[in-house]
Design a protein around this ligand. Structure first.
Ligand SMILES: [Zn+2]
Length: 365
């Protein structure tokens, strides 16, 4: 794989780094990287990988761009709101670098499709915001023998790790109790844009270093507190009792079975609400968001209580859960499925989609 004159000029600022050079650049050109999540972390990881010349990039996400994404997801534009993020990201990356290949993969990764989705890639960057998907990525990477770069951001804090399935500790070794983490959906827990940017930059750098064979964070876990630029790196140990890679790996049913989410569209919900026998519609957002705008006839429920004990609802109840987008509602769907709730649906696109498609005069925020 030789480099064209144009490529030599495009990458000249990194080519002059002695450890990289044309040989390193050719490694980058041959590399295939999957980036899961095209949000606060993913967009910037994607941008840096495209800029650096990673030869083939897979973008994995679902749903449209929302106004509230723009404070941190810098590859998108205000005029793009409502369009699919995967398609937007593909278009933008090819504008950054037309010499690379970009695959837009629209849709939720599930236990059924995740292996097939990732097997064509050499490296996986986990830029998601929920622990169930992370656990599924971890399992797929263990099975496929792929190195996995994990990034997470919460308010002013970040986390970074590189998991090598060939003998190294995995995500399950770091967080054996996935249920304790399940409720943390960063998209709705708040994040400072530059904190996401800082973690994303470091995450992209780890991917590039892996491709180039440079020293990297393999087997280590970095805790980043951006309030005082306080960074701590610890060595991870493989746990014998790890639920994913340990001797008695359960490859947790919890990790896997509850991945496929059942959606109801705003149009379908409207039709159901107009008829008799309507489902209970539950607003999972914060109370102040409920006060701003909500779906008529719904009920506000405490998200944490619903996840923990079902908030008084019974497994036979027909429930539609919604939040601003789909993050909290998807988490609730999975938690309730674990508790045996069968008739639960996630409002596709959340209240934003409802306001766009059904109740056009509704206050948007
Ligand atoms: Zn493990």
């Amino acid at each position: 794989m030789t480099l064209s004159r144009n490529e030599l000029i495009r990458y000249s600022r990194q080519l002059v780094i002695p450890e990289l050079g044309p040989v390193g650049q050719e490694k980058l050109k041959a590399a295939k990287v999957a980036v899961i999540g095209a949000g606060g972390l993913g967009t910037l990881v994607l941008g840096y990988l495209a800029g650096a010349g990673a030869g083939e990039i897979g973008v994995f996400d679902f749903g449209p761009l929302e106004l509230s994404n723009l404070h941190r997801q810098l590859i998108y534009r205000t005029g793009d709101i409502g369009k699919l993020k995967t398609e937007l990201a593909k278009q933008r990356l090819l504008e950054i670098n037309p010499d690379i290949k970009v695959n837009a993969n629209e849709g939720i990764l599930t236990a059924e499709n995740i292996r097939g989705a990732l097997e064509g890639y050499d490296y996986i960057a986990d830029c998601t915001d929920n622990f169930i998907t992370r656990a599924a990525i971890n399992k797929a990477c263990l099975e496929l023998g792929k190195t996995y770069v994990y990034g997470a951001v919460y308010q002013f804090e970040g986390q970074l790790a590189v998991f090598d399935p060939r003998g190294g500790p995995c995500l399950g070794c770091l967080v054996p109790d996935v249920e304790s983490m399940e409720n943390q959906a960063c998209a709705e827990a708040g994040v400072m844009g530059p904190a996401a940017g800082a973690v994303a930059s470091m995450q992209a750098l780890e991917v590039l270093k892996l491709i180039l064979g440079f020293e990297n964070l393999k087997g280590k876990f970095a805790m980043l507190d951006f309030r005082l630029a306080d960074f701590t790196v610890i060595e991870l140990k493989k746990r014998e009792d790890c639920p994913a890679c340990g001797a008695k790996a359960r490859l947790d049913k919890r990790f896997i079975n509850s991945l496929a989410v059942e959606f109801i569209t705003p149009e379908e919900l409207k039709a159901r609400l107009d008829c008799a026998g309507l489902p209970r519609v539950l607003d999972l957002r914060y109370a102040w968001e409920h006060d701003l705008a909500h779906i008529k006839g719904d009920a506000w429920v405490d998200f944490d209580e619903l996840i923990k004990n079902g908030a008084g609802f019974q497994p036979d109840d027909e429930l539609v859960v919604y939040c601003k987008g789909q993050s909290k509602s998807t988490t609730a769907f999975r938690a309730l499925r674990e508790k045996g709730f069968k008739n639960i649906y996630v409002l596709k696109g959340g209240i934003d989609a409802w306001a766009e498609k059904i109740e056009k005069g509704m206050l948007r925020y």
